[in-house]
Design a protein around this ligand. Structure first.
Ligand code: ADX
Length: 214
């Protein structure tokens, strides 16, 4: 696997042949003056992933950096509208988004993903596809206690899950496996949105994602 080749685990068909382009990533990134990357926000529903992704997108675009948000609730309206919340569907949800994020990162953008992504193996799989393609994958654990998320309950879903109206809700009757070695942990139940965004920006700066911007 080379960084300009097909992703690992892709189709092995003899009739679908990988096509190389005429623009290398180095050339593209050099032109842009920065590196693409994926910031993978993971955490419980209500932990603040969407809020942080939106604030990060604002902060990055304000610095004239191409950032793009891929948000679980939004993506499930379109690209992944055929998926539910079984382990299998969640796996496919994350697999597809991992691929989309990888393409965004390869293009030189910062992909900001906000998905519960409850299974470690799924997140590790996405990480592996980025590593194989020599792309930065920054896993950020958006940590907030379940009690806090449940109290926030911005969509009233915890209430429905407790009442048994929604089955298999993450944190209630479905698992969430916290990252063991994330690049960063932010505590939204202790720190402000601005403080959490700042911590993520520092991480991005260290990885060359902020380019030469002041
Ligand atoms: S993931 O588990 O596959 O990563 P994703 O982030 O796309 O989930 O979607 C999570 C959002 O879907 C939640 O924020 C919530 O609004 C909604 N949702 C609906 N049903 C469930 C459920 N059973 N478990 C978790 N979230 C659910």
């Amino acid at each position: 696997m080379t960084r300009s080749g097909p992703p690992p685990g892709g189709t092995k068909s003899d009739t679908v042949i990988w096509q190389r382009g005429l623009v290398s990533r180095d050339e593209r990134w050099h032109l842009l003056g920065r590196n693409g990357a994926t910031v993978w926000l993971t955490g419980l529903s209500g932990a603040g992933k969407s809020t942080l992704a939106a604030a990060l997108e604002r902060a990055l675009v304000s610095r004239r950096l191409p950032a793009y948000r891929l948000d679980g609730d939004n993506i499930r309206h379109g690209l992944n509208s055929n998926l539910g919340f079984s382990a299998e569907d969640r796996h496919e949800n994350i697999r597809r988004i991992g691929e989309v994020a990888r393409l965004f990162a390869d293009s030189g953008a910062v992909a900001l993903t906000a998905f519960i992504s409850p299974y470690r193996a799924d997140r590790d799989m996405v990480r592996a596809t980025h590593v194989a393609a020599e792309l930065s994958f920054l896993e950020v654990f958006v940590d907030a206690a379940l009690e806090v998320c449940e109290q926030r309950d911005p969509k009233g879903l915890y209430k429905k899950a407790r009442a048994g109206i929604i089955k298999g809700f993450t944190g209630i009757d479905d698992p969430y496996e916290p990252p063991q070695k994330p690049e960063l942990v932010v505590h939204t139940d202790q720190d402000s949105v601005e403080a959490c965004v700042e911590q993520i920006l520092v991480l991005l700066g260290e990885r060359g994602v902020l380019g030469n911007e002041p």
